[in-house]
Design a protein around this ligand. Structure first.
Ligand code: NAP
Ligand code: MG
Length: 396
């Protein structure tokens, strides 16, 4: 390796897996170079969360990061870790610093059959991560009265619309987005489609939301026509826009193998649906991509807290490390691509094949055995599973 990867360590069971993966599957095979940031909750607390900001800055500097799952503190964690503050979600902080879009895709394995049986290729969901209902303002209307939508420009001029003349109690919600954020989202989607050579679908409800959703549609189309049309044609891939209802129907009938760009709420809901339909949350990869082409790879699942508490009690765990291994291979492959190091890309491809082959050979963790069609699966504990992947790797 020539350029270091930004390595963001994390919490609980995934922190345990992180160490095992490095020792068993990475360090024996490659001359690893990383710049290490400990995003474990204790260290975030010690540094007043400065370490998260520093790791995001390093990601911008070097271009590629790999991240372990981290705890987003809540009231229970305040006591558990004796926190100075309820620190923000590291993923939120990193996403904001990189202005990034999250792409999630399932890892497909023979013997784990999607509920939608024509899905033979992965569907990648790109979720816009800013605004709409996630930055809403709401009022519970107490009784009769008039609700208005008012915009006051810097020069004082106003735009005013009546929302509703209430005859009795009800509810109102104000949501927003910005052209800047939508443009970044569109750019990240177009770049990722080119990068992975997959078609890009985008859908909203512009027939009903003639200004709000229509603005998303227009920004995508204008950027596509101005900067991406030729590149897409050269790459032999397609961008198209359709109504969300139509998209849902087409997604179900499809064979997969494309990127589905979703507004914030649609992406939240649809990514859970797609993940479940493909089989298992622990088989979902996730990559944050900035409009400038900076990449941060991670597993889509969390820190697997319940397994960690068993681990602390000295009980055996069978936690699936595949999505975390794919975060490493994704990052190493990208580093190889950017630095022109073919061996790194080959290592990543081979390690991913080793993961898949191991499960297809019937060796797996407990949660996979529950959804696998394998007749007599061998259920391994967390370390044994990683060692089985190493043994498979050595035979490839
Ligand atoms: P989670 O860690 O994803 O785990 C939820 C459940 O899914 C687990 O209890 C386990 O089920 C199953 N599961 C998830 N990943 C698995 C794996 N690799 N192998 C086997 N089973 C797996 O979500 P959570 O329990 O809601 O959250 C725990 C912590 O993670 C929270 O503090 C949250 O803030 C954090 N989190 C972080 C991220 C991130 O950093 N990107 C994302 C989500 C959540 P069973 O217990 O039934 O076996
Ligand atoms: Mg959700």
């Amino acid at each position: 390796m020539t350029t270091p990867l930004v390595e963001m360590d994390g919490d609980e069971m995934t922190r345990i897996l992180w160490k095992m993966i490095k020792e068993e599957l990475i360090l024996p095979y490659i001359d690893l170079k990383t710049e290490y940031y400990d995003l474990g909750l204790e260290h975030r607390n010690e540094t007043d969360d400065q370490v998260t900001i520093d790791s995001a800055e390093a990601t911008k500097k070097y271009g590629v990061a790999v991240k372990c799952a981290t705890i987003t503190p809540n009231a229970a964690r305040m006591t558990e870790y004796n926190l100075k503050q309820m620190w923000k979600s590291p993923n939120g902080t990193i996403r904001a610093a990189l202005d990034g879009t999250v792409f999630r895709a399932p890892i497909l394995i023979k013997g784990i059959i999607p509920y939608v049986n024509n899905w033979s290729k992965p569907i990648t969901i790109a979720r816009h991560a800013y605004g709409d209902v996630y930055k809403n303002v709401e009022i519970k209307v107490p009784g009769a009265g008039k609700a208005e939508l008012v915009f006051t420009g810097e020069d004082g001029t106003q735009i005013r619309e009546t929302i509703h003349e209430f005859a009795g109690p009800g509810i109102i919600q104000g949501i927003h987005n910005t052209d800047k954020s939508i443009t970044s989202f569109a750019r990240a989607c177009f770049n990722y489609a080119l990068d992975t050579k997959q078609d890009l679908w985008f859908a909203t409800k512009d027939t009903i939301s003639k200004k709000y959703d229509h603005n998303f549609k227009d920004i995508f189309q204008e950027l596509y026509d101005a900067e991406y049309k030729d590149k897409f044609e050269a790459a032999g891939i397609e961008y198209f826009y359709t109504l969300i209802d139509d998209a849902v129907a087409r997604v179900i009938r499809s064979e997969g193998g494309f990127i589905w760009a979703c507004k914030n709420y649609d992406g939240d809901v649809m990514s859970d649906m797609v993940a479940t339909a493909y089989g298992d949350l622990s088989m979902m990869t996730s990559v944050l991509v900035s409009p400038e082409g900076v990449y941060e790879y991670e597993a889509a699942h969390g820190t697997v807290q319940r397994h960690y508490y068993k681990y602390l009690k000295g009980e055996e765990t069978s936690t699936n490390s595949i999505a975390t291994i794919f975060a490493w291979t994704g990052a190493l492959r990208k580093r190889g691509e950017l630095d022109g190091i073919k061996e790194l890309e080959e290592y990543a491809d081979k390690m991913e094949r080793a993961c898949i082959r191991t499960v297809e050979d019937g060796k797996m963790t407990r949660s996979l055995s529950l959804i696998s069609t394998c007749k007599e699966p061998v259920i391994l504990n967390s370390l044994e599973f990683i060692q089985a992947i190493r043994a498979t790797y050595d035979t490839l």
